[in-house]
Write a protein that binds this ligand. Structure first.
Ligand code: ADP
Length: 323
């Protein structure tokens, strides 16, 4: 009988629970035993394992967050920390580990795999910055939450002839901001991948004002050189040239908190099952992601240290549509 451990690591993402459920129940279908690790790599080092059966993962598919807890664990970035994690895995007689998480977590997974332990990753982050998966668990939910906020801000912005700077998450990746900008009909999108100066943002807002718009929305990714706070500070001195009265809203962690959308639940379920299928085929050292509608394993070596680029055509599209 195989003994599989599963953990969630790094930033939590809506849909992680659906992935845990799929891992556990797919493993049980293989006749394997499953164990949850509390709070990511910290729980691995601390030896915090608990048996998970089919009932333990009941009633969680619709819940955001992660029932296992997540953490950022600097100790795992040291060789001593990883050796202790390995010792704990051997002590619990675990045969393979499934890591549900983003870019940093999969870098950690690769480090453990390089020490000779079978690890499979599942692409889960609202940032959508992972190579090896067109879309990652949590993105769709976070996007829909951002969109709902933008729709609401538009209503109040129109009433007061205001421009809103809306800062969304995404770390160093502008995907969430770009998609929220397109779906939310933003006048301006500011992302880390394409440098935009405050002066350019001011010009765009001014142009929208002169075209007779009742409001303007600028979606700003958190990882840009000039985030919403920096732009507000700049515009405070250049108010007259924008036309609109200006406000800023940072959506922050609200974007992580929602119940996963249908898309995220299905994606997480397919990737969770895909991780167990990979282990059943004897594969390890791979990230399981969704590419062109198919569940695909990609070697960690091909994804670690890289960031998925955004599609510049989508940025152009956002600009064409902001008339
Ligand atoms: P995310 O997985 O959401 O990108 P982080 O970047 O915070 O989140 O990474 C989560 C955890 O993964 C870190 O706290 C650390 O324990 C582990 N990790 C990140 N980078 C490395 C690395 N280079 N080597 C080993 N472990 C790492």
């Amino acid at each position: 009988m195989k003994r599989i451990a599963v953990l969630t690591s790094g930033g939590d993402a809506p849909g992680m629970n659906a992935a845990i459920r799929a891992v556990v129940r797919s493993a049980l279908a293989q006749g394997w035993e499953t164990f949850g690790v509390r709070c990511g790599y910290a729980g691995l080092i601390g030896g915090h394992f608990e048996g998970l059966d089919a009932r333990a993962v009941g009633g969680i598919v619709q819940r955001g967050g992660t029932i296992l807890g997540s953490a950022r664990c600097p100790e795992f970035q040291t060789e001593d920390g990883r050796h202790e994690a390995l010792r704990q895995l051997h002590q619990q007689a675990i045969d393979a580990l499934v890591v549900i998480g983003g870019n940093g977590s999969q870098t950690g997974a690769q480090a453990l795999f390089q020490m000779g332990f079978p690890v499979v990753g599942i692409a889960s982050t609202i940032d959508n910055d992972l190579v090896g998966s067109d879309i990652t668990i949590g993105v769709d939910t976070a996007l829909n939450i951002a969109l709902e906020a933008i729709d609401r801000l538009k209503i109040t912005a129109s009433s007061h002839h205001r421009a809103f700077l809306v800062e969304v998450m995404g770390r160093n990746c502008g995907y969430l901001a770009l998609m929220a900008g397109i779906a939310g009909g933003a006048e301006v999108v500011v992302i880390p991948e394409i440098e935009t100066t405050p002066e350019q943002v001011a010009e765009e807002l001014r142009a929208a004002y002169e075209r007779g718009k009742a409001h303007a929305i600028a979606v700003v990714a958190e990882g840009t050189r000039y985030d919403a706070e920096a732009l507000v500070a700049y515009f405070r001195e250049h108010h007259a040239r924008i036309g609109f009265d200006l406000r800023a809203t940072t959506l922050g962690h609200v974007q992580r908190g929602g119940a996963p959308t249908a898309y995220d639940r299905v994606l997480a379920t397919r990737l969770g099952a895909g991780a167990i299928a990979a282990l059943a085929r004897g594969e390890a050292g791979v990230l399981v992601g969704m590419e062109q509608g198919r569940v695909v394993p990609t070697p960690f070596a091909a994804i670690v240290g890289r960031q998925k680029p955004i599609d510049p055509e989508l940025f152009t599209l956002a600009r064409i549509l902001n008339q």
